[in-house]
Design a protein around this ligand. Structure first.
Ligand code: 13P
Length: 250
């Protein structure tokens, strides 16, 4: 089964609107006509209108790094799914490790956000991954299974089609330490087996599992080239058009 890869840029809390527009203006010609993979940009909410306008009509999708699970309400500082849709966003990251680590996001919150995204037709990229101490204690498989089961509670096989999973070992994020392609592929096999257990073989064979954590132009081919790895979620190396293009064209 060949799954179309998704190469996604998580810009985190970087770029002004002018910088974001300059990126898109430089990037689009570099990836024009690139249909082998899907491409998505995840800027901060304040950049969404600029990036969506600049990418309009192109082969590049745009989404949020986070949404609230409630449709609206008194949630100071948050972004709703309706707001994301109204500005033309089509995707959202959910449960990024930085959300879990610094904003106390739990599997239960991730699950609520996943339900909200699916209900409103927004493509969710659910992020999971173990921290270093968990890997060193031999707990990686347990952690991944718990995160998947938590995120997917109450999700039916019929609803699961749009879900993308991003496996991001926390110890590899922003550290320059990449999981070897074999380590990443092992984790992806564990994740896919767990999805099969929860949602059946058809969903498991179709679901895309991205790798994230220090993906760079020089390691993208060996990582994404793995049968089990269906694309990448890229932080630091997605901030410059040429390095992100080199990853897109792995
Ligand atoms: P880096 O590519 O900077 O390690 O970040 C990975 C990440 O967190 C993407 O979501």
């Amino acid at each position: 089964m060949s799954r179309k890869a998704l190469i996604a840029a998580n810009w985190k809390m970087y770029k002004t609107p002018a910088e974001a527009k300059a990126f898109v203006d430089a990037f689009l010609p570099l990836v024009a006509g690139h249909t082998r993979d899907e491409i998505a940009l995840f800027p901060s909410p304040v950049l969404l209108p600029t990036v969506i306008a600049a990418a309009k009509g192109s082969n590049v999708s745009v989404g949020c790094q986070n949404i609230h699970f409630a449709e609206e309400g008194a949630y100071t500082g948050e972004t709703s799914i309706g707001q994301l849709k109204a500005v033309g966003g089509t995707h959202t990251l959910i449960g990024h490790s930085e959300r879990r680590q610094y904003f106390a996001e739990t599997d239960e919150i991730v699950n609520k956000k996943l339900h909200t995204a699916l209900k409103h037709g927004i493509g969710p990229v659910v992020c999971i991954g173990e921290v270093l101490a968990e890997r060193e204690a031999g707990l990686t498989a347990d952690v991944l299974k718990t995160q998947i089961a938590g995120a997917f509670a109450g999700i039916t096989p019929e609803a699961a089609g749009p879900i993308v999973i991003a496996y991001e070992p926390v110890w590899a994020i922003g550290t320059g330490k990449t999981a070897t392609p074999e380590m990443a592929a092992d984790a992806h096999r564990i994740i896919r087996a767990e999805v099969a257990k929860l949602l059946g073989a058809d969903v498991a064979v179709a679901i895309r599992i991205l790798y994230g954590g220090s993906v760079k132009p020089d390691n993208a081919t060996s990582l994404i080239g793995q049968e089990e790895i269906d694309g990448a979620l890229v932080g630091g190396a997605s901030l410059k058009p040429d390095s992100f293009t080199a990853i897109v064209k792995y």
